[in-house]
Design a protein around this ligand. Sequence first.
Ligand SMILES: [Zn+2]
Length: 106
Amino acid sequence: MPRMKHPVPVPCEVPGCGRPAYVLRLCQSHHRHSLKRTPGSTEPLPAIRPYRKRTDGTVKFAGLRLSRLCVARLRKKARKRGLSNGAAIADVLEAWANRSARRSRR
Ligand SMILES: [Zn+2]
């Protein structure tokens, strides 16, 4: 069966989800969960943690929704160091984790 997006956006049928339905009246995350379930299972699908909402000031970058300023700085860092976008993000996160660890040791 081909997987097609609903022509008119409808919400996921899982109560409280609110994401757009992707296939079989489920959002992508709930559809993925449904494929892992035992066939015929009536157990409710788990709640999906909320994602960052789309706003005018954000853009998608390496699978993340970030501000334009953040993307510009990450691109500059990646270019300067000859890194991929993902590696630049990893560098920032590692530096943050190390700073946080040093702070909590004090
Ligand atoms: Zn859903």
